[in-house]
Design a protein around this ligand. Structure first.
Ligand code: CP
Ligand code: NVA
Length: 320
């Protein structure tokens, strides 16, 4: 008897989502169009299930609410099966090397979604993997968040090119992915952080290159008011990211004048939206009245995580 593999492995190297600069190669416009379509069909009984028979491992070395749940929902909604592994289960880089984890998972699943600390762990896995690796947050980047943020902006304003996005706060992983993703999308991205807490200069330079090809603009400085001037969207994130909790007290002092308040938003466009990837600390990086007020699109951002990730999984796994 001849046993035929149901799904032969795709030829060539897999495509990964390592960082938001990859949006250019993955086709940002098409991904967002597909995500929009998936969102509008979310209740349709005859919704496509292109992940039937596909397995997706979700490896989380840091806590998560939105990313974990939105990926599980996305995989399930597309007909696939998600296997979630928490911080104590795999021992990535401790029990065995990141490359060995990737090689073994490549024999068992069709894609790996990874949240980890060092970005190098993700790139090591991507280099050794025969299946797509999707960055679900590292110390350096959070591209799935930026993708959902771009969908949120496009749905709200009906366009992306030329929109003014001000990011105020820590020059962290979320800021990095907004710089790169915003540059691919042709946004005017302005980042304002306290001195010495700015984004990585290598990422800023890469964003500048991407922006010069898309008609976008990148400005990085320390003045929150000038970043916010006439902005269509004002974005912030926690002052101490996961892994930096020990610095929280010191950062609270240094970042105090970078809180997104109603007063700061006066300098922005009258139609400004307030954005936050969440989890949020009311009274620190954002005033409660802004996060919970009519300008906030934070929950739209959270909801859109599911649809951009569905679009991404179809592009990387369902069509491979
Ligand atoms: N925004 C976001 O990634 O949230 P979680 O850390 O809860 O996944
Ligand atoms: N910058 C934050 C984002 C959380 C979604 C962190 O890394 O903790």
């Amino acid at each position: 008897m001849t046993v035929t593999a149901e799904r032969p492995p795709a030829a060539g190297s897999p495509r990964h989502l390592v960082g938001a600069a990859d949006f250019a190669e993955l086709g940002l416009g098409a991904l967002l169009d597909r995500a929009d379509g998936l969102r509008s069909q979310r209740h349709a009984a005859d919704r496509e299930r292109p992940l039937i028979g596909r397995q997706v491992a979700l490896l989380f070395e840091k806590p998560s609410l939105r990313t974990r749940v939105s990926f599980e929902v996305a995989v399930n909604a597309l007909g696939g099966h998600a296997i979630a592994l928490g911080p104590d289960e795999v021992g990535l880089g401790r029990r065995e090397t990141a490359a060995d984890v990737a090689r073994n998972l490549s024999r068992l699943v069709d894609a790996v979604v990874l949240r980890t600390f060092a970005h190098a762990t993700l790139t090591e896995m991507a280099a050794a993997s025969d299946v797509p690796i999707i960055n679900a947050l590292t110390d350096d980047e959070h591209p799935c968040q930026a993708l959902a943020d771009l969908l949120t902006l496009r749905r709200h304003f009906g366009r992306l090119a030329g929109l003014k996005l001000a990011y105020v706060g820590d020059g962290n992983n979320v800021a990095h992915s907004l710089l790169l993703g915003g540059a691919v999308a042709g946004l005017d991205v302005r980042v304002a952080t306290p001195p010495a807490y700015g984004p990585d200069p290598t990422i800023v330079a890469r964003a500048g290159e991407l922006a010069s090809g898309s008609g976008g603009r990148i400005t990085v400085g320390t003045d929150a008011r000038s970043a916010v001037a006439d902005a269509d969207a004002v974005y912030t994130d926690v002052w101490a990211s996961m892994g930096r909790e020990a610095e929280a007290d010191e950062r609270r002092d240094r970042f105090a004048s970078y809180q997104v308040t109603t007063d700061l938003l006066v300098a922005a466009s009258p139609d400004v939206v307030a954005m936050h990837c969440m989890p949020a600390h009311r009274g620190e990086e954002i005033a409660a009245e802004v996060l919970d007020g009519p300008r906030s699109v934070a929950l739209e951002q959270a909801e859109n995580r599911r649809y951009v990730q569905e679009a991404l999984l179809i592009a990387l796994v369902g069509e491979a």
